[in-house]
Design a protein around this ligand. Structure first.
Ligand SMILES: [Zn+2]
Length: 324
C-alpha cells in the first residue's frame, strides 16, 4: 500500500539531532517537518519509534515523504511551528471490551489505530493530517457484564474529550477528527463534536473505518443486518491485521434470527433501542465470525483507507460559511 512501507519495518537507528540551520541535506534518521511559521525546514530526530505493544508490528508511522506524522514525536516548539489552522489532528478512538472467545478485547483499538496510521501515512502530507495517540478506554457499557471489558461512563468520557479538545485548542490546529473503531462511542462523539465546536471554536468531525451496521452501514446478507460485534467483517479485519490474536477454532455464529422480522426496531432502523450485548444471549458476539477470511479483511482495509482518504479530503477543507 505504501511506496516506502518497507522502510517502516526496518530496524530503527539512533537518529542524530541537528540544528535547524546547520544542514543542507537531511542525514539518515532525521527528517524535515513542514513549518507554517518559518521558511527554513526544521530537522528533527526520528530515531525513536512510538511502539505500544497492542498494535500491529507492521505499523506505518511515516508518511510517504518520510516525515513523522505522529504529532507526539515532535517537541512542543516544533508542534507550534508545524501546525496551522487547517491542520487536522486525527484521534483514533478504540475500545477495550469483550469480543467473544475468538478475538482480543483490544480489537476495536487495534482496528482504529491501524486504519488511522495507514490513512495518515498515505494522505498526511497532502491533507496536513497529524496522528494523535489513540484513546483506548472508552464507552463500552453494553459489555459491562463481561470480564475483560474496561469502560468509562458517558460522563467520564465526555469530560475526557472536553479536556482533550481544550488541549488541542492550545495548538494552532483548529480541526479535530475522531476516527472511531467502536460503534458504542458514536453517539457520544457526536455530542462532543458540538461541545468542542461551541466551547473551543474547533471544527470537529467523527469518522469510522466503515459505517457500523447499527448506524445504517452494510452487514453481510448472511448476518441479516446484525453483524455488529465480532462478526464476519471485524474478524476478517483482525485476521488481516493481527492473525496471531485470532482463534477461529473458538468462533461461533450467533445471529438472533428472530429479530429479522422487525422493520423499524432494528440495527440501523428508524427506531433506535438501548441494548446490552447479553440481551441477545450469552455469546457476546453478534454476527458470523466463521465466514471471516484474511483476504476479505485485506480488501476491507484497503477500501477503508481509500474511503478515509476521500473523507479526510473533505474534512480538511470543510467550511459551512457561505463563500465570501
Ligand atoms: Zn468491535
Amino acid at each position: 500500500m505504501q511506496p516506502d512501507a518497507s522502510s517502516s519495518t526496518a530496524p530503527s537507528e539512533e537518529g542524530s539531532t541537528t540544528t535547524p540551520s546547520a544542514q543542507a541535506t537531511t542525514p539518515p534518521g532525521t527528517s524535515s517537518i513542514p513549518s507554517h511559521t518559518s521558511s527554513a525546514p526544521r530537522t528533527i530526530s526520528t530515531g525513536h519509534l512510538y511502539q505500544p505493544n497492542v498494535t500491529s508490528p507492521q505499523r506505518v508511522r511515516r508518511s510517504v515523504s518520510g516525515v513523522t506524522r505522529l504529532l507526539t514525536e515532535l517537541s512542543a516548539p516544533d508542534i507550534a511551528a508545524a501546525l496551522g489552522p487547517d491542520s487536522v489532528l486525527v484521534l483514533p478512538t478504540g475500545a477495550l471490551e469483550q469480543h467473544g472467545p475468538h478475538l482480543p478485547v483490544a480489537t476495536d483499538l487495534i482496528i482504529a489505530e491501524a486504519m488511522a496510521e495507514r490513512t495518515v501515512a498515505e494522505y498526511g502530507d497532502e491533507l496536513d493530517l497529524w496522528l494523535l495517540p489513540p484513546l483506548a478506554y472508552t464507552k463500552s457499557d453494553e459489555h459491562a457484564w463481561s470480564a475483560g471489558t474496561f469502560w468509562l461512563s458517558a460522563s467520564t468520557l465526555t469530560a475526557v474529550l472536553t479536556d482533550i479538545g481544550r488541549s488541542v485548542a492550545t495548538t494552532p490546529a483548529r480541526r479535530l477528527a475522531f476516527l472511531n473503531g467502536h460503534g458504542g462511542n458514536s453517539a457520544l462523539l457526536q455530542v462532543a463534536n458540538r461541545e468542542l465546536r461551541r466551547e473551543f471554536g474547533l471544527r470537529t468531525f467523527t469518522l469510522h473505518p466503515g459505517v457500523p451496521p447499527d448506524q445504517g452501514g452494510a452487514s453481510p446478507a448472511d448476518e441479516l443486518g446484525m453483524g455488529v460485534h465480532g462478526g464476519t467483517e471485524e474478524t476478517s479485519l483482525m485476521l488481516h491485521l493481527r492473525p496471531d490474536l485470532v482463534d477461529l477454532d473458538r468462533a461461533e455464529r450467533w445471529v438472533p434470527e428472530h429479530l429479522a422480522e422487525y422493520r423499524h426496531v432494528r440495527f440501523g432502523g428508524s427506531v433506535s433501542f438501548g441494548w446490552l450485548s447479553d440481551d441477545f444471549g450469552p455469546s457476546g458476539v453478534l454476527g458470523d465470525p466463521t465466514a471471516a477470511t484474511a483476504e476479505r479483511g485485506k480488501e476491507r482495509a484497503e477500501r477503508s483507507v481509500e474511503y478515509l482518504g476521500a473523507a479526510f479530503g473533505e474534512v480538511a477543507r470543510f467550511d459551512p460559511a457561505p463563500p465570501a
